[in-house]
Write a protein that binds this ligand. Structure first.
Ligand code: NDP
Length: 302
């Protein structure tokens, strides 16, 4: 908007994205006291709108990137939009284990968002599965609400950052179960009552819990673009200056380190959808800035 272009942003099925499902964001610059995720996303929306960006509700359900102008179909064809350039910033969604009982108890004790649903388990016993930063963050959040939090980790160690590991280990009502996988979530009409685990030596164990939280990572939201943009093996959009490293030896910034250009000229990618590694609000915001500059440069050179 500030470059005099006319950006239109479709907010998708979860406007504001994953940050609307988090509690306090403490590692985004400019907020010395931290900021609530939903509040930060509201601020970002208002800031974009102040300069004229059109933020619309609706989900892009189909794109045609074979020729320009690109076309995007919104809400299953309810309407269409044409664009000279496109930035994909569709983020990622939480992963599930794939157990039938997970589906059966979805919303009845099974959740992938401790911040959204932890409140319902006040004073109860719950389990979190996963060994990364997401799982630790969920366990820490739940430890302030719940009576006891089991952290179920399939490896003999946590892969989370040292700071997170320390915090989890020092929280008295979090108990870590290393070397355990989940066989089944147990329950009945009233919801989850327990979880059956298996340890690495084959022994079974059942925990009595009322809430089961997933913290096993995320899947990039690239289904709509999969057949038209180059993706990596995990489904993340490959960008010219992505983790594989850029090459600006030709002097063209659109191909340099950090460049957000995708395999289709004029389409750029920013945030978690193109970042399997850092996945932080601040790194996503930084790549969004790079995508906007790359997009502007592309249109100016057009
Ligand atoms: P990660 O991929 O880092 O961790 C996923 C965890 O889930 C691993 O411990 C993995 O186990 C486990 N897991 C995966 N599949 C299964 C399964 N089927 N059964 C049991 N366990 C499973 O994902 P995160 O979402 O935790 O983190 C992603 C990125 O986001 C990281 O870079 C992280 O640092 C960052 N992040 C930072 C935060 C912060 O700074 N506040 C908060 C959240 C995320 P295994 O180790 O065996 O593979």
């Amino acid at each position: 908007s500030r470059a005099g272009l006319s950006p239109v942003l479709y907010a998708g099925p979860t406007p504001g994205g994953q940050l609307t499902e988090t509690s306090v964001v403490e590692n985004f610059p400019g907020y010395p006291e931290g900021v609530a995720g939903p509040r930060m996303m509201e601020d970002l929306r208002r800031q974009a709108e102040r300069f004229g960006a059109a933020v619309r509700s609706g989900e892009v359900t189909e794109v045609a990137l074979g020729s320009r102008p690109f076309r995007a179909s919104i809400d299953g064809g309810a309407h269409e939009i044409e664009a000279d350039s496109m930035i994909v910033a569709t983020g990622a969604t939480a992963r599930y284990l794939g157990l039938p009982s997970e589906r059966r108890f979805a919303g009845m004790g099974v959740s992938a968002c401790a911040v959204c649903d932890g409140f319902f388990y006040r004073g109860r016993d719950v389990a979190v599965v996963g060994g990364g930063d997401s799982a630790c963050e969920e366990a820490l959040h739940l430890s302030t609400i719940c009576r006891h939090v089991w952290l179920v980790v399939r490896k003999p160690f946590l892969r989370a950052s040292a700071h997170m590991r320390r915090r989890v280990e020092q929280t008295p009502n979090i108990e870590i179960l290393y070397g355990h996988t989940t066989d089944e979530i147990l329950g009945g009409e009233g919801g989850v009552t327990g979880v059956r685990l298996r340890s690495s030596d084959g022994a079974g164990r059942t925990l009595a819990i009322e809430g089961f939280f997933l913290g096993i990572g995320h899947t990039p939201r690239t289904a709509v673009f999969g057949d038209q943009l180059l993706l990596d093996a995990a489904g993340y959009i490959v960008t010219r200056g992505g983790v594989a490293g850029g090459d600006c030896s030709g002097g063209d910034a659109l191909f340099g380190p950090g460049a957000t250009a995708t395999s289709v000229a004029g389409v750029f990618a920013a945030g978690d959808v193109a970042d399997p590694i850092y996945q932080q609000a601040v790194t996503a915001a930084g790549s969004g800035c790079r995508a906007a500059l790359d997009c502007e440069r592309f249109l100016n050179d057009d």
